[in-house]
Design a protein around this ligand. Sequence first.
Ligand code: MGD
Ligand code: MGD
Ligand code: MO
Length: 811
Amino acid sequence: MSPSFGRGAMTNSWSDLQNSQVFLIAGSNCAENHPIAMRWINRAKEHGAKIIVVDPRFTRTASQADVFAQIRPGTDIAYLGAIIRYIIENKLYDEEYLKNNTNALLKLNKEYKFEEGLFSGFDSKTNKYGVDSWSYQLGADNTPLKATSFEDPDCVLSKLKEHYSRYTFETAEEITGIPATKIQEIAETFCAARPGSILYALGMTQHTTAVQGIRAYAVIQLLLGNIGKAGGGINALRGEPNVQGSTDMANLFNSLPGYLPHPISTDKTLQNYLVRNGSVQEKPIVALLKAWYGENATKENDYDFSYLPKNNPATNATMVKVFELMEKGQFKLLFNFGSNSLVSIANRQLVRSALKKLDMLVVSDLYEIETAQFWREPGVKPEEIQTEVIMFPAAFVYEKAGSLTNSSRWIQWKDAAIKPLGEAKPDLDIIDALFKRVRKLYEGSTEEKDAPILHARWDYGEEPSALKVLQEINGYDETTGKVLPTLASYLNAPVGTVSTGCWIYAGVTGNGNLAARRKNDDPSGLGIFNGWSYAWPGNIRILYNRASCDAQGQPLDPKRKLVWWDAANQVWAGNDGADVADKTKGPDTPQGRQSFRMNPEGVGRLFAAKYTSGMIATLPVPGQPVIGIRPAALCVDGPIPEFYEPTESPTVNLLHPNVSASPTAIVPSAFPEIQKRGKPEDYPYVLTTYGVVEHFCAGGITRNIPWLNELMPEPFAEISKNLAQKIGAKEGDRVEVSSARGKVTVRCLVTDRLQTYKTNGKDTETIGMPWSWGFASLSPGPSTNELTIASLDPGAGTPETKVCLVNIRRA
Ligand SMILES: Nc1nc2c(c(=O)[nH]1)N[C@H]1C(S)=C(S)[C@@H](COP(=O)(O)OP(=O)(O)OC[C@H]3O[C@@H](n4cnc5c(=O)[nH]c(N)nc54)[C@H](O)[C@@H]3O)O[C@H]1N2
Ligand SMILES: Nc1nc2c(c(=O)[nH]1)N[C@H]1C(S)=C(S)[C@@H](COP(=O)(O)OP(=O)(O)OC[C@H]3O[C@@H](n4cnc5c(=O)[nH]c(N)nc54)[C@H](O)[C@@H]3O)O[C@H]1N2
Ligand SMILES: [Mo]
């Protein structure tokens, strides 16, 4: 749904799941990893909703399913493509929805092509796409030409039909291992009941085709008219506590808070930045600079834009790449706060080797995790390591006040329940103390490079308060110093007069701390709960909810009324906040018709076309570059999803054997000794990794809790009965699992949860391994990331931890 609000969040909410008629849960084991989801899913089930689960293993979530399909890891786009084909060939799409709310009728550039596994514009020297042909035919006013019917061969829907004609149920069976009849049953079940919701998490995202997998979900949901409606949507079940909040705050290398594009090295000035990103970014980035540099940021000095660090687009500094750079010696110091990288990062050999290259490592954690004692790992020689390690004991979630944002985008405040134990301190206090001391070191410096440190607004007082930080994130009217009351007060203010640390959070502390609200009445009965905490943006609970209305602005579903145009009062009203640019602009105005206002076309994008709105409307000043209003976000690996094999795969791509894996996937290879690739001849089995309910992620906390260790004492390799027989292993035997990168010895678990299946006619086996162990803690065990491959999705940078090739033998 790029460019939506947020990079992965629920379009809807946890409590909205009760409104669905059907669920496609594929790439999520929510019964074990997001148990609250099941409460609302089961409520829908009581009302007759159907559950479809697609997973390489039979899980506790699968045990609740009406339809369960076992899939070969990394092949989802093949069966999803077959569903898209089924919808289009049988005209099961929602025609009115497509016309009003999507780009289905827009005409594509005649240069656009897809041939032999490649989209037009591929440069085989750089393995990158030039995206000029992924565009529309434009009219004189720079708006895309619209076809009069879906039969027009140039329109987006016709192109989709042509593209997915290759994806028959039978072909999808050959690729995925799911029987064709079962794929048909999934398609029929999901299309028969609306609204339907799609839930996903890591099973879809930890692949080199992660973004395109989720794009396939977007295509299906837009075709069926399931976006913007109660009970519909695409729901990313986020993982870590407050991972939603941390991505909102730009814990991603390529965005600034509020999902503003990060400046790159060629952005010398604010104007350069706006030429690339559109005039629409001027207000939020200036407001952010005001939040960070206060009165020092003025129009005259380009609002201190020069202070912002700039990304080198060639580096693409995701987590794995950071360790690659560290191995190259590019870092002296690493702050490792709240992450156990040595256990959690794919192909951990690189992390192990890179940490040694640091002069200093600072870890803030509750426990002395593996990362903090990498020098103690068996086989590592501490006497050869010069790195100084400093450990900050961190206070835990119950020991500090602050807000956590959940997957529903609800910003929820909590108070501290107890005082931190021992010397532990909240991270905010640690960072505040650090910054103040660092600033002191620079006092009096007149060097330009030190100005960002000296000029930063850092006015939290003696004892920093989390509420003060949330107020800064909410924003201030910089002319009066008052907290901004609402999102609208930010949106309506002239550029440079307001500050906000994250524009999508504007309004959260407007009239009191709305994140702390705990009103739990639900008059509509739809689970909206809009008096409970505060949802970004603007307390809208269901994104794109304008699409739940017809062209006249009236609700399409009488049982699930979200918003409507109140003609008498000339305003958008409803049970939810209306997701429209201006609540007073009715359905007879262009703004009042747009249900996807964050896209330059104002509609949902079945095809992710290159397009910038307002290019011609903004009259170019002679000698000045043209600044458009809003450029569309693009996928770097294709405008529509295509199936590619994982980096390491037991077979070649049936659709185009010469372009088997994703041609744009990033396969780091700076250190060939560490970053090896395996072949199916040597490593014939598919490994997938997953979480267990008893442990949390890298296990830093849970492996130090005795009763959890008692329940789940050690890692294991889960294999089918056939594979057990083949290698001569019994349940509980020790087995060695190896990949091109490393090997581990664990016990084997022989189950019916994994079955042998056929890929391209050949018997294939998946091996499943949990990944939460490391050499330290009360319950040490081998780390599964010894085996995994660190190839990355080219758009999101997510490592392919859900699939690689391995071998297995009795140890
Ligand atoms: N108890 C517990 N809860 C947790 C966590 C934990 O470690 N323990 N971790 C938290 C975090 S940070 C996260 S991100 C979430 C993760 O939540 P989930 O994504 O639900 O967790 P996983 O078990 O990693 O993977 C989900 C499922 O995807 C399946 N899968 C693997 N490959 C594929 C594939 O190619 N296609 C499909 N369709 N499915 C596939 C796996 O078999 C697994 O059952 O959970 C959070 N909650
Ligand atoms: N093979 C494989 N690898 C994976 C995955 C997979 O499915 N398979 N999943 C991936 C996913 S989705 C994720 S999110 C990552 C997770 O990887 P990590 O983030 O490295 O894992 P965690 O164990 O959650 O680490 C969080 C640490 O923060 C500490 N902590 C908790 N609260 C606080 C606090 O308030 N302050 C501070 N300073 N520390 C705190 C905990 O003790 C813990 O050690 O792993 C990824 N790695
Ligand atoms: Mo996660």
